[in-house]
Design a protein around this ligand. Structure first.
Ligand code: AMP
Length: 521
């Protein structure tokens, strides 16, 4: 099958040829003829399948006829995040270069005035996040009664972010006679209900992510201390020792944690950017661009900000925090090993994360190899600067280390559970991650923040909504043949001698040392 068999216009075919694509992906092959026949489409596909071009290319063909009227866009595309909206606009810029189309982006973090001016000039394609779109309609600056084609992209993510009521409002503002293209990666009951309400006799096209079996993503979990500073040290250690690390996304569960980890890595001399929902749009775009170009090889990100980003070559993914929803794990791991390349996904797992890991392994249908044995938080010269100021003060006034606080107070202040100045010495007697006392329940405000209105509480557990079929992340995995071990640092030469070259080339060197049995420890 070639693009020329799909019914696309000459201009669009020329633009596709200019990008170098010769063969349509399965979602493109299946969806494009239906879109051109002006049918509603229900597309079950994830990012990475080529689904953006599956609606952008036929839309460009359709839009060649007709012209836009002031404040009345001809087509509307809804995206859950600003980054995704910007990526769709890039697709229109790329494939629509030969056409004089007005494409406008309505996203938060950008001034209303500029967006208003664009709408007044008339828009062929309006790409928007739901909140900002409704702000414009409520101000009276935008009429959706001229919309001939509506695209709802990443619908299940919209659900996660609490956007479904907004989507329902938008669907009621556009004409009943419009054509609707609806894309989602999964079909939970709420999404099914929406499709039954707002799609008319849709053509269903369903694809799985391509090359999942050919792609090799090595996954592993590394035991980590429950304190944030311990995890930050472990992360630095992993980053420094990771083999073949070209670039990495480091995922955190909370926006606040993204900011802390970002700052900490910067302080320790890493070239790192950050991406989370509280950053203003220009900072988000700049960070993403620098990461794409390789100017910043590391990016600390939250799930929502990173969802669906098309960053073709990511060699490593680190889960600084284990995600609470197993779906998010699959999605994060999917950031690496794209387009047939190999990749490495490393999760820092505290005793508190065990339940989440069980859910993840259940979803992906296999266990993630874990680094066994004692682990150690290494002391760095700059460690003291990471301790809370008040604690450093107390230590100084006592002429040494302060007594560790207990329980909730310590959790609140993020104070280290053990003094760090003598961590190496203390590690001799230190209990392993497994033998530490059970953690207390986390205070409410320590739970992950969502970047938009939370909708999950009202929903059945995610696992119940998933099929038992292993997801992409699982199929991408290549399990190392032995369980890696983390122990006390040894001279690099020794570590390299102990490793098995060619066997697990993506594992950080220090994960490749042989397992030390508890008896021999
Ligand atoms: P998407 O699923 O829309 O995020 O697309 C994933 C990636 O596939 C993007 O980098 C696209 O540029 C690329 N892509 C889209 N269509 C094709 C195609 N027919 N052949 C090769 N790559 C494609």
């Amino acid at each position: 099958m070639s693009f020329s068999n799909l019914g696309l216009s000459e201009k669009v075919l020329a633009a596709v040829a200019a990008t170098g694509y010769t063969t349509p992906t399965p979602i493109q092959e299946q969806a494009i003829p239906h879109v051109l026949a002006r049918k509603d489409v229900l597309g079950i596909a994830q990012t990475g399948t080529g689904k953006t071009a599956a609606f952008v290319l036929p839309m460009l063909t359709i839009l060649e006829k007709g012209r836009a009227r002031a404040r009345m866009p001809r087509t509307l595309i809804l995206e859950p995040t600003r980054e995704l909206a910007a990526q769709v606009k890039e697709n229109f810029d790329r494939y629509g270069a030969g056409q004089k189309l007005n494409v406008a982006l309505l996203i938060g973090g950008v001034s209303f005035g500029d967006q208003d001016a664009k709408l007044t000039r008339g828009v062929d394609v309006l790409i928007a996040t739901p909140g900002r779109l409704l702000d414009h309609t409520e101000r009276g600056g935008l009429l959706l009664t001229g919309v001939e084609l509506l695209v709802i992209d990443e619908a299940d993510r919209m659900l996660d972010m609490g956007f479904i009521p907004d989507i329902e409002r938008v669907c009621k503002l556009v004409p009943f006679t419009r054509q609707t293209l609806f894309f989602t990666a999964t079909m939970p009951p709420e999404i099914r209900r929406i499709t039954e309400t707002f799609l008319h006799n849709p053509q269903k096209v369903e694809v799985s992510k391509p090359a999942t079996t050919a792609v090799t993503v090595t996954q592993c979990q590394v035991p980590a201390g429950r304190e944030a500073h311990e995890k930050r040290e472990l992360l630095r250690q992993l980053l420094r020792e990771a083999k073949d690390l070209q670039n990495a996304i480091i995922f955190c569960n909370r926006k606040r944690e993204v900011a802390v980890v970002h700052k900490s890595l910067q302080k320790h001399g890493f070239s790192v950017g950050a991406l989370h929902g509280d950053m203003d749009q220009s900072a988000r775009t700049a960070a993403l661009e620098q990461f794409r170009k390789g100017e910043l090889p590391l990016l600390v990100a939250s799930d929502v900000a990173a969802r669906g980003l098309d960053i073709p070559e990511v060699s490593h993914v680190f889960n600084f925090d284990v995600p609470h929803h197993p779906d998010d794990y699959v999605h994060r791991v999917g950031r690496t090993g794209r387009a047939g390349r190999s990749g490495m996904a490393i999760s820092l797992v505290t005793p508190l994360d065990q339940k989440s890991m069980v859910a993840i392994e259940k979803l992906i249908g296999q266990s993630i190899p874990r680094a066994e044995g004692d682990y150690e938080v290494r002391t760095e010269a700059s460690d003291a600067s990471e301790r809370p100021r008040e604690q450093r003060g107390r230590e100084r006034s006592r002429g040494g280390r302060g007594k560790p606080q207990r329980g909730r107070d310590r959790e609140r202040s993020h104070e280290p559970r053990e003094p760090r100045g003598e961590a190496r010495q203390a590690s001799e007697t230190r209990p392993s991650a497994e033998t530490r006392p059970a953690p207390e329940a986390r205070p409410e405000r320590e739970r992950p923040e969502r970047e938009a209105r939370p909708a999950r509480e009202a929903r059945p557990p995610r696992e119940a909504r998933q099929s038992s079929e292993p997801r992409d992340g699982a199929r991408q995995q290549a399990t190392p043949s032995h369980v890696p071990s983390i122990g006390r640092p040894e001279p690099r030469r020794q570590r390299e001698a102990d490793s098995e070259p060619g066997d697990h080339s993506h594992l950080p060197a220090f994960l490749l040392r042989p397992v030390r049995s508890p008896a021999g420890a």
